[in-house]
Design a protein around this ligand. Sequence first.
Ligand code: HEM
Length: 441
Amino acid sequence: MTTIEDLSDRTFDPYAATAALQDTGVDPYLVIAELRSIGPVVKADYRTLVGLPAEPREPSQPRYSVLSHAAVDEVLNDPETFSSRSFEPTLGAVFGRILTVMDPPEHAMYRRALMQVFRPTLVRSWCAEAASQVIEELLAPILLKEQADLASEFATPYPFHVLQRILGLPHEDVEVFQKLSFTQMVKEPPFDMAMEAAVKLGNYFTALLDDRRQNPGTDLISALATLEAEGRPIPRKIVIPFLRQLMSAGAETTSRALTILFIGLLSNPEQLAAVRADRALVSPAVEEALRWDGPVIVSSRETTRDVVLEGVSIPRGALLELLFGAANRDPQVFENPDTFDVHRERHRHFGFATGIHVCIGQLLARLEMSVALNAVLDRLPNLGLDPNQPPPRVQGASMRLPSVLHVTFGRLCRCPCRVREPMHTGSVLAQLLNVSGQSSH
Ligand code: HEM
């Protein structure tokens, strides 16, 4: 029987460590505004400007910040000129050979194969089963109370518990898996803690893949165990890093995006009321949260040749910091870009990037967020920010981290049902997922 090993320092708290690294005291949007006043592409080191620790890179490598919607779009759609090898000393060092570090043709070969386990019909069925069960479980204790921290009690564990079910991982170890997954993203050079977590997850997945190859089930690991690329089994050195990345990218980003969605709505009660009354606004609200303050504020690429981008000459071998947080608030494209507005005219954002590396889990993330928002609106009719607590704060210079979200949701029903209003999650879920659902109350 395969077991997962905890960190040797069991007291290590990856959330606190990440918050300490990310909360540099500098508002990244102020830095972005200053850079934008210089131009759409600026020779500047964003990470230094926002106070993040230096990454393990050649210090003499020239750095450019890419800010405009048009320039970010151009870079993401030209992988020949703008290579993903920029991630090799950072994400690649921790996770291994993941899709994120690959360029064509290697990337196309593995992405095509791995996409098979993310087919829309599969993703929808995961959400119909796993997501709705997890929501029930997480909301049950919250429903017995009159206030809660919607971040730590709901949005943070939710996508992780969903992923744990999709992968078929043992429920009793869910907290260790969650801790190791989040620790992989503690980007404190030389990445000691992140490396330890990655090794422990890698050992576990290696044994699990062997087991599932012998005894296949219906979970995602069983599907990965038998997957082929161009007629040959996908090698371990690709599948294990992919699984490591899923544990972090698949859960952490979604939990942060969901918390930011709640913050956007709760800070704008008239918009919350509009979405509550008209559930056709749920999807625009999800998109607006990803545009307004998507959790991935910056990404990177490296130039493979001398190039001119938005009139700026950039040499071969330069590091480009792609500021999704700037492009998603480009005033040339979005009116009142700093405002959260679920009614705004829809326009493409880079919350999931675009081009060949566009997020593989975007459908899963969108569905998880929509299903969760609908459920919370159904179950917590009087939801509002807790007036006795400080307003929510999103920190983070390279990843957006909303750590706490104190909410109140009115009095409990006095009758034995102990709920507030009739629930209709089942029917809303069914509409969203195109499956038949049952009302649970
Ligand atoms: C709201 C939640 C999420 C956000 C904001 C997000 C964001 C992103 C972004 C911006 C990229 C592209 C980075 C780049 O190329 O520079 C990306 C790639 C990726 N994401 Fe997500 N992601 C989310 C959820 C997920 C989920 C649920 C999964 C899987 C279960 C996932 C797996 C991946 C993988 C494997 C890649 C690499 C794809 C490639 O390079 O071809 N993500 N994500």
